[in-house]
Ligand binder design. Sequence first.
Ligand code: NAD
Ligand code: ZN
Length: 347
Amino acid sequence: MRPNTMKALEKSHPKEGLWMVQAPVPEIGPDEVLIKINKTGICGTDIHIWNWDDWAAATVPHPMITGHEFAGEIVEIGRDVTGLAVGQRCSGEGHLIETDSRQSRAGKFHLDPGTRGIGVDEQGAFAQYLKLPAFNVIPLPDDIPDDIGAILDPLGNAVHTALSFDLLGEDVLITGAGPIGIMAAAVARHAGARNVVITDVNPDRLFLAEHVVPSVRPVNVSREDLNDVVHELGLRQGFDVGLEMSGNQAAMDQMVEALVMGGKIALLGIPPGKSPVDWSRIVFKAITIKGVYGREMFETWYKMIAMLQNGLDVSRVITHRFAVDDFAQGFETMKSGQSGKVVLNWS
Ligand code: NAD
Ligand code: ZN
């Protein structure tokens, strides 16, 4: 029997915190499915919403059920949905798109300008049940557990960014050893990069990077000079590809400095506001820059699942697991900067 109400973690008031409430179980439309949530991941975005910073206050209406990283099981199917069944384990793309934009009609769904995010613009996944368009559902193969299913969204950010440029035999610099930077290091390795160097200023994060990807070279840029590392590794000019995953201005400057002539940068990190860039340096070094948003629909998901089934292992990036009733502890852990991914258990 379908219950009428469910537990949900909601931004109920325009101030710091999230509140566990009883919310109505969503009614699904003909093209939608209802998913019973088993596990969710806490994202940096959720921390912004928890803190109710300027971005969150300007972007997120309330009340809003937060959360967009999830794994669960389909429990109800809209009457027009084909190809999915009740009982199917799944994750899903949290960016909801329109199909009438020029980009969507060209098959570039991830570039639809009307994209709306669950847990930000639409009711989200931090709940016992989530309503999602069937189009957005990603069935989970049996060999991908719910814990990993719950972090496919940020892994997808890492995969989308890392696969922006050819990495085979290349020397790769990643700035920012947050969960996404660390997963990007694992992906770069898997994709055949020669040297993978990851920088941060937080020793805990660099320690975790090495724990998750033993062959990565961590660099604490507050203590070590990146140029010394370039020499130590025997790079002739510098790195071929840079993946910017910190949103930090100093990291971006270092990356431009450390790249070869004609190097390439994929930018995922979000700087807090306008930040000065030495454009002449980028011009004279003939650097290509690509901004990366979300995941490609659905090529990123396809590649990500294929790589996970073919030896890509990011499981150690999950450092903490909590029952959902202990959500406050989960958020505290994330905010401490001493964790990797934090997963909440809803079942
Ligand atoms: P995170 O905040 O956990 O990690 C960022 C890391 O950068 C931290 O460990 C921090 O210590 C480190 N850092 C700070 N200053 C640095 C410096 N000078 N040099 C090197 N590292 C430095 O974030 P995350 O969850 O791993 O996400 C990575 C970035 O991607 C964030 O900026 C996030 O906002 C952004 N993001 C973008 C998208 C998108 O679609 N474009 C999606 C998800 C996340
Ligand atoms: Zn996220």
